[in-house]
Design a protein around this ligand. Structure first.
Ligand code: NBP
Length: 480
């Protein structure tokens, strides 16, 4: 027997509850279920008036309340809880039904689950959902993977509840088969790590080199937010910096312990990038910066290490320096998006996902943490040239980074002189210079490898592999 609910949500903590309300507010009949039934009843009691909910206390009841083919969203803790829920629900489903995993799953887990369920004719749609609890309620950016067929059944519902960009288009697109959606969400979070690190470095420089107060830095970020850096993260940075702690009267940022957390997705992005051989140095530096901040004992033990003697800049120089920091932040940001999109392209090629990079930029525009004016530019770059080898190769970005580069280098130099750690800015400049270099010292690295391990090298002037007899007469032999 088939029920009446067009969609079901199981797992009604903050994300699932708000997603269920979002579906209901858009006129869908929503079946709701949670392992602990009290959450289900609380949802209906508190928000029942917002739409039509069909509460279910058992998996059987939940599945029976869904129209066919059934579409059920799983919003539980990623990892083993997701497997437990699938084990519980899959036997109750029929071929053609769709399970949507909206949690932050590792894309390899999604690939495994999709394959297992496909054997039973069940579609498994690993879906990245970005925007936190507010986004889940008012419109998230949605990155579904899975089969084209499942998107046919699911897409119209997701398009209704997704955030809408300024041009009215929904921030959702079918990303590609199996784990593609969760992969893209992972890199999205990685880019967000890099963005946050760059912003933190800009703050640190304005404080330590320009001598600005947190309030003055908040003003600076507010003014940046009216220009090309316009984004959610810049906006909230200004809010955080302007906030005063009620207990002490001190700037809020000065009473927060300076040890940042690093959860799964940033770390995963870097681990996978290493496997794919993609240099995402901006994201890696962001993860390392967080992890270094957490080594409090090591930092304490190193506090007496000598550093440079430096004075904050005078007022006029400080204002000029702030302008340079804006340029450095923008240029570094172009680099971190370049690296992130390179990783998505590499993942797409490695797993045969055929991901449309312009569409990815397009669906990140609203409702999500990295919402940024800048994403329109990225989409336009890929619309112009879908085979763009790197974002930096786009004419517009090339020109902008060309304009920014003197200031960018000046900021990195000032940071090194002033003893202010800027791993994100510095790594971004190094990446840029490495990409544009005609010759890299990798040639010397290859020579060393051939010397100590007979690893062979290729020549610039002839095809083939070669080895030099380093211990002998140093003559060269063909190695292939
Ligand atoms: P949590 O990640 O805190 O998970 C809590 C939910 O999982 C509850 O409904 C809980 O049921 C259920 N659950 C657990 Br734990 N183990 C279970 C099991 N073995 N069987 C059935 N249910 C189980 O919730 P959340 O913060 O709403 O996030 C949900 C998902 O969305 C996560 O994967 C998260 O990574 C992802 N996500 C979160 C955000 C965010 O901003 N919070 C953003 C984007 C994505 P119970 O009530 O019975 O304990």
């Amino acid at each position: 027997m088939s029920g009446t609910a067009q969609i079901g949500v199981t797992g009604l903590a903050v994300m699932g509850r708000n997603l269920a309300r979002n579906f209901a507010r858009h006129g869908f009949t929503v079946a709701v279920h949670n392992r602990t039934a009290s959450r289900t009843h609380a949802l209906v009691e508190e928000f029942g008036k917002e739409g039509t909910f069909v509460p279910a206390d058992s998996p059987e009841e939940f599945v029976a309340s869904l129209e066919r083919p059934r579409r059920l969203v799983v919003m539980v803790k990623a990892g083993e809880p997701t497997d437990a829920v699938i084990r519980e629900f899959a036997p109750l489903l029929e071929p053609g039904d769709v399970i949507i995993d909206g949690g932050n799953a590792h894309f390899e887990d999604t690939r495994r689950r999709e394959k297992e369920l496909r054997e039973h004719g069940i579609h498994f749609v690993g879906t990245g959902i970005s925007g936190g609890e507010e986004g889940a309620l008012h419109g998230p950016s949605i990155m579904p993977g899975g089969s084209v067929e499942s998107y046919g059944s699911l897409g119209p519902l997701l398009e209704k509840i997704a955030a809408k960009a300024k041009d009215g288009s929904p921030c959702v697109a079918h990303i590609g088969p199996d784990g593609a959606g969760h992969f893209v969400k992972m890199v999205h979070n990685g880019i967000e790590y890099a963005d946050m690190q760059l912003i933190a470095e800009a703050y640190h420089l304005l404080r330590a080199v320009a001598g600005y107060s947190p309030g003055k830095i908040a003003e600076t970020f507010r003014s940046w937010n009216t220009g090309r850096l316009d984004s959610y993260l810049i906006e909230i940075t200004a809010e955080v910096l302007a906030h005063t702690d009620a207990d002490t009267g001190k700037p809020f940022v000065d009473i927060v312990a300076d040890e940042a957390e690093q959860k799964g997705t940033g770390r995963w992005t870097v681990q996978i990038a290493l496997d794919l051989g993609v240099p995402v140095s901006g994201i890696a530096e962001a993860v390392f910066a967080r992890s270094l901040s957490g080594h409090k004992d090591l930092r304490k033990a190193s506090g007496a290490l000598p550093g440079p003697r430096s004075e904050p800049l005078g007022e006029a120089d400080a204002a000029a320096f702030a302008g340079q920091v804006e340029q450095a932040l923008y240029a570094s940001k172009i680099v971190s998006y370049t690296q992130g999109f390179h990783q998505i392209r590499a993942g797409s090629e490695a797993y045969g996902w055929n991901i449309d990079l312009g569409a990815v930029a397009s669906i990140w525009r609203e409702g999500c943490i990295i919402r940024a004016a800048f994403l329109d530019r990225i989409r336009a770059a890929y619309d112009d040239r879908p085979d763009l080898p790197s974002l930096l190769a786009d004419k517009g970005f090339t020109e902008e980074i060309g304009t920014a580069q003197d200031d960018w280098r000046a900021v990195v130099t000032a940071a090194a002189r002033g003893g202010v750690p800027t791993p994100g800015f510095s790594a971004a400049v190094a990446y840029y210079d490495a990409l544009r270099a005609e010759r890299l010292p990798a040639a010397l690295t290859q020579g060393q490898r051939d010397f100590f391990g007979a690893h062979t090298y290729r020549r610039t002037d002839r095809e083939g592999s070669f080895h030099t007899l380093w211990g002998g007469n140093r003559s060269e032999v063909r190695a292939d």
